[in-house]
Unconditional design. Sequence first.
Length: 334
Amino acid sequence: LMRLYGPINQLSSMQATVMTALVSFDRVFEVLDLEPNIAERPGARDLADARPAAGSGEAPDITFEGVSFRYPSGDEAALASLGPAGGDRPGGADEAWTLQNLDFHAPAGKLTALVGPSGAGKTTITQLVPRLYDPDRGTVRIAGQDVRDLTLQSLRDTIGVVTQDAHLFHDTLRANLEYARPGASEQELIDACEAALIWDTVRALPDGLDTLVGDRGYRLSGGEKQRIALARLLLKAPSVVVLDEATAHLDSDSEAAIQRALKTALAGRTSLVIAHRLSTIREADRILVVEAGQIREQGTHKELLAADGLYAALYRTQFAQDEPLEEAAVLDPA
Ligand code: ATP
């Protein structure tokens, strides 16, 4: 376990520098378009058609079955650009897999949190769901359907991705929000901002929603940008959310506001969250503890603490200081 402490310390030192922003799926898929080995199969179906209760508004579940993955080396990336990959890649025992034989189920409409040291593979896991990469072995399913059998458009419509790459386009706030739902009405924009607890800030700006933001515009604080990202998520209203939670330390007001906004944004959605905050982990219906590309433990916060394994160790080093004193004492009787 001592091996973990270095990465955990590194993680905390990164915390001041990173912010969350919603990456537009169009942009994500622009990148995808450059990945010739991510191709839509002939006869691919729309996810809505594939869902058992189509039209019921129910969120789909996500399943990983025996998923292994490694990032293509330079040579393979070049080869891949010549045409689609043909099936499972062979892998020798000496190969370093980024993800190794992952099995897990993220239940429909529930929050599944991924925790673990830096470099464990958490981000990579979340990237396989919207098919930024495909696994080398095994299957990723949404609503029971292999994601490779679904149209990229329907995946794009179903999944909202919030990453840590802070980005507001140099444009008005309105344009930044409408990007998530083209043709949104004024009231829809306001409702999303209210639910994301950013409306009071926006309406107080000299030009309100028409304020120019981005590098050369009005500088929003980190916490404000995160809430704009959540407003975008609410406008997009995807049934699946993949979120890399912000690690930036915010003042406690923004912190509390973001937690409340996050709760609204994730309610009823199937979410896969790389969690950096104890409050999120405690809310999680399921926690996956990832280390060295493998899922070492799964369970709820309470179950995993009781198991006194890797999660309990991570918790003590990374999160226990956030815990109210009396609870920490109960959880850690030593
Ligand atoms: P962190 O908490 O620091 O974000 P993580 O658990 O999300 O870490 P990943 O980002 O998934 O971990 O990285 C898993 C491993 O894959 C690391 O060894 C990393 O260096 C490697 N890796 C990540 N992205 C790429 C890439 N595009 N090409 C090659 N290797 C990569």
